[in-house]
Write a protein that binds this ligand. Sequence first.
Ligand code: GDP
Ligand code: MG
Length: 709
Amino acid sequence: MGISIALAGNPNSGKTTLFNVLTGARQHVGNYPGVTVEKKQGQCVSGTDEFHVVDLPGTYSLSAYSLEEMVARDFIVKEQPAMVVNIVDASNLERNLYLTLQFMEMGTPVCIALNMMDVAKKRGIDIDIEKLSALLGVPVVPMVARTGKGRDDLLKTVADHAKIRTKSLKISYGRDIDQTLDEMVEKISSENFLTERYLPRWVALKYLENDVQILEMGKGQDLETHAWLTSAAQNLARHLDTTLDTHPEGMIADQRYGFIASILKHGVMTWSRDQNRLELSDKIDKILTHRFLGPLLMVAVLMGLYQFTFAYSAVPVAWCENLFAWLGGRVDSLLSDGLLKSLMISGIIDGVGGVLGFVPLIMFMFLGISFLEDSGYLARMAFMLDRVFRLFGLHGASVMAFIVSGGIAGGCAVPGVMAARTLKSPKERLATLLTVPFMNCGAKLPVYALLVAAFFSENQARVMLIITLISWAGALLVAKLLRSTLIQGPATPFVMELPPYRLPTFKGLAIHTWERTWQYIKKAGTVILGISIILWAMMTFPRLDNSQMGDPVQAGTRQAAVQTAGEENVNRASAALRHSIAGRMGMVLEPVTRLAGFDWQTNIALVGGFAAKEVVVSTLGTAYSLGDVDPEDAGSLSERLQSSPGWGPVTAFSLILFTIFYSPCFVAVVCIAKEAGSWKWGAFSMAFNTLLALGVSILFFQTATWIMG
Ligand code: GDP
Ligand code: MG
């Protein structure tokens, strides 16, 4: 019976005209079963192919709000036409593509009949057909239905592409919605919920959109899953309401339009004549995403963010440090010397306190980033960086993964690695997975903050910007290296969502900032606590024999070392640390790390940092309090480092470089292995990154000391 095609499109896009051009006299009119919507069907022939054409009702959307929309989407689901020919009014592209996206999200094979090309031309709109087709991933045929122009091309294209299932489109709906969608998709897939007819992601979207028809169907199929999905959707709705003052449906529509706007901005649509009907967002974008001004402004925004963070967090960070110092002092005077006291002070208070001390800094950073994100500027940064990314064999969708990992500062590679799931090409995905850990995650921040405050106090924001630029440059170069050696393959096209600019609400900012800060605090209270205790044990055992060296435990706490100050005690403490497991590890590594300027105490911290990067700071604290620092000087850790022999700006920057590049933390490695589908890549990431870091640090340290001395 030939190839079945369904004509779909907005009202007045020329659907009826096209239908007549295709079928001529071979058509008849009836009704869709059970409803009063008119159904026109007809036949047509082109070459050896025969087509059966159905004219769907004209709609703007595929929600369940109107009878027409229901009829259109039910027809597609039940009759499964070989191809949906979506008629799009070329003179009104932005609005018409909204429907196209929804067909693509359903996963139906779609072909665009780009109608009214004559009208578009008369209005001075120039459309790059090939680009549009490549960016959307569907065939596009230009037409003038009224004169029949493009008819044969259209039929030929349909015959060529029919039955090839369009890769279903996955638009990103922003972090909150995407996360919920992923969870819902997992549930839907595992329960096979409505999946014999619909794609899981589409069902999830309909639950978020409160689609009456799908909700009804779902209730009938499996009440328990239905309830689970409804409550997930409600939770999200509540969250969006409080944080962004919007609701899922509105946000979903915004992102769809944003996606379209971004396609059109990629040079698909150009005006040969001036158009003065630019929306406010477009006007702002004219400047903020300008080819030359845009990147400059972006750097300025970053600089402002770092300035803001360092300037305003300095005072509360000092309060926190004092608080923990006071706490340590209290414990010191309350407990008698012994293992318990050492554990409490060196293990718990120094370890967890070292991490919690940076909470104000992290909070200010997150506040700034939440502002960028909620206002819509973060998406523009990704949009601009996209151009750069392609040069290095990455994909525009990698940008978000980089930013989530801490591309600006204060992210985490674990969700970053997860975010790489949106990449469709496995090779671009792998390259992204392996390079996101170079970003400045929240755990590396305290390390930078400590070293920058101690050795570059004049230029904190500028050094932070340099650190950021180095991490990006390193990530991009490594990506390029990998993509031209181990993971070669072609680049795939990309379009990203540009939501309209919004003024962030105070409440939204507060909630987003708190959510992330709380994550950080929670981690310090659980994972970091555990690791600190383990590291403390590694730095305390095996203990030096009393007869050998006096009482190591007494000397084993910072306070004890400080209070009973004296050369002898310090030597004893240092010897005890060297004798411990961790000390031995640090010393075994020293001959190599010396080349990069790291002594054995720093090595202990770096080994600990593999468990979680936050630990670097706290371990340095413990190691230096146990080590050969002059106890008279014992103040905050940064003061202690400043006064330590062998420490200076060069060593500090070498350590910063090492921290940027060396092995991802343990959790991130596990995630990389899982997402890449092989432990091989997890191991590769550890080994490669550590060697790279060592190489970079040694090169820097040797060059810098040679130049200076
Ligand atoms: P429908 O609502 O989608 O069925 O749209 P129609 O087929 O009824 O077309 C709406 C109007 O657009 C009619 O006046 C058509 O003559 C006109 N039209 C359709 N296609 C074209 C075209 O390619 N160029 C121009 N200039 N007008 C067209
Ligand atoms: Mg019509």
